[in-house]
Ligand binder design. Structure first.
Ligand code: NAD
Length: 488
């Protein structure tokens, strides 16, 4: 598409406070397009240098990142900020730097000599162009900067739209990025919903969106007129299935520990836990023991991440109230834990055997509440998982490899983990993404590099081929068909 044609498709902003930001966004998009047209295939050295700059940017701003997260969340543990939002991104960058040369190399493909003679074929990974990234509030740096690594590795130019729920992180990201990169290479657009809508409507060469399935539908609809390819990283209800005999301290720690990451506000957190009916009390005891051991004053401590807004906090409190009103058994894991509306910290609760029509069983919970669902047969638990939408992650606890394989073979999810939870999202080598209602497309690792590249198939003609069989007159085709049928 020409630059002028692209400009004419940029959606006009609605008149509000975002008008100026939308005008800047449109200008930045056109500037990125022009810059890409002048530099369509950045060298390996150039891509590496961009990624190294990004790493330097994250390291130099480590403490400010932690402060911005604390401001946005009300409370956000510094070691978790460092580990996930800074070191996690650096690890991902290092992995890409180690492999980029190999990924950029043309990938040879077989040709059939009897038809193609000495012709050769290969896949060339080509930069797509200008790529957008719409970021949710829960990992404001990891999800903004992590995919940027693979986008820059692919040779693309990048535009990022942080969430309006994390204003401090968004402002810092914008400042860090503009101090590090020319806006024609990386640009951060900060604003409200009108800006978000205008962003999704830009004729990007690829658009990554991370957030809820409902907004995901709107993103796909906004991308459709431009036929912009989308990667949708959505949410859902990720189950943990503890098979009989696996309700041990180690396994319950793996489930409960993951709930303490961002206090459950993580797309691959355990949303509900399936436990053999006779082992539910054991699960409750182990969950209590874990919290007593690991964080006895969890909701009063700096280890507890605040819920992102009072609206989100009230939604979570309502989920618990509804369960209580319907006589569900609620187990508070912290004896005198309470919600603090100033820091928005909330203690973790189990809800034992909730009715299936409760909102906490029909919506993604995304917070410190864990339904524990008793089951009689493993097949019943698998059927329950399959009755819901396809989740982002399935977590299986079993010491029996054949039983594990059977559960994995009979469920469909974006990722999975065995005898642990959520770590599949933390490995830079492992493709990450959803399926069905939890999303489409992949980032992380080579799959991320390929997602943000155009995988161009190229043939280089040699000698002795029979491509003329496809042209008139069809005498060569007739001879080839006859020979093929005779040898079939
Ligand atoms: P959200 O959908 O409300 O917002 C995400 C982003 O979309 C924000 O930047 C927002 O400004 C933008 N946005 C909102 N409406 C828009 C519109 N109409 N047009 C264009 N952009 C729009 O999601 P959220 O509440 O910020 O995040 C929570 C959800 O994200 C959960 O469902 C969670 O599971 C999911 N999530 C998924 C992943 C993953 O990798 N799959 C990671 C984190 C979060």
């Amino acid at each position: 598409m020409s630059i002028l044609a692209a400009a004419s498709q940029v959606v006009a902003p609605e008149a509000d406070g975002d008008a100026e930001a939308v005008a800047q966004l449109r200008h930045a998009f056109m500037a990125q397009r022009r810059a890409f047209a002048e530099d369509r295939y950045p060298s390996l050295a150039e891509r590496r240098s961009r990624i190294e700059k990004l790493m330097g940017m994250m390291l130099a701003n480590r403490e400010r990142i932690s402060a911005a997260l604390s401001q946005d969340f009300g409370s956000h543990p510094t070691p978790a900020s460092d580990l996930i939002e800074v070191l996690g991104v650096l690890g991902r960058a290092r992995y890409v730097l180690d492999h980029l040369e190999e990924w950029m190399r043309p990938s040879p493909r077989e040709t059939e000599a009897s038809m193609m003679g000495t012709s050769q074929a290969y896949i060339q990974s080509q930069p797509k162009g200008v790529v957008g990234n719409i970021v949710p509030w829960n990992f404001p740096f990891d999800i903004a900067v992590g995919p940027m690594i693979e986008m820059l590795a692919a040779g693309d130019r990048v535009m990022v739209k942080p969430s309006e729920f994390t204003p401090a992180s968004a402002a810092l990201l914008r400042e860090m990025v503009s101090a590090t990169f020319d806006p024609t290479l990386v640009y951060v657009a900060v604003g409200g919903l009108d800006l978000a809508r205008a962003f999704a409507s830009l004729p990007f060469d690829h658009l990554l969106y991370t957030g809820s399935p409902n907004v995901g539908r709107q993103i796909m609809a906004a991308a459709a007129p431009n036929l912009t390819p989308v990667t949708l990283e959505l949410g859902g209800k990720c189950p943990a299935l503890l098979t009989p005999g696996t309700v041990t301290a180690r396994n319950v720690e793996a489930v409960m520990g993951v709930k303490t990451i961002k206090n459950g506000q993580m797309c691959i957190s355990v949303d509900y836990c399936l436990v053999p009916r006779g082992e539910v009390e054991q699960f409750v005891r182990e969950a209590r023991a874990f919290m007593d051991r690991a964080a006895p004053d969890y909701s009063k401590s700096d280890d507890c991440t605040g819920i992102i807004s009072l609206r989100h906090l009230d939604r979570l409190s309502d989920l618990l109230s509804e369960a209580r009103d319907r006589q569900s058994r609620i187990v508070a894991l912290e004896p005198d834990g309470r919600v603090d509306r100033t820091t928005r910290r909330m203690p973790i609760s189990l809800v034992i055997d909730p009715a299936p029509d409760l909102r906490l069983m029909t919506e993604e919970i995304f917070g410190p509440i864990l339904p524990v669902i008793p089951y009689d047969e493993v097949d019943d638990a698998v059927a329950l998982i399959n009755a819901g939408e396809r989740p982002l992650g399935v977590y299986v606890f079993s010491d029996d490899a054949a039983a594990t394989d059977r559960i994995l073979a009979n469920t469909v999810s974006g990722g999975a983990a065995v005898n642990t939870c959520a770590i599949q999202g933390g490995l830079p080598s492992l493709a990450f993404g959803g399926v069905g209602m939890s999303g489409m497309g992949r980032h992380h690792g080579v799959e991320g590099f390929r997602e943000f590249s155009n995988q161009r198939g190229v043939v280089v003609r040699g000698e002795g081929d029979h491509v003329d069989a496809f042209y008139v007159p069809y005498s060569t085709a007739a001879a080839l068909v006859e020979a093929a049928l005779a040898s079939a």
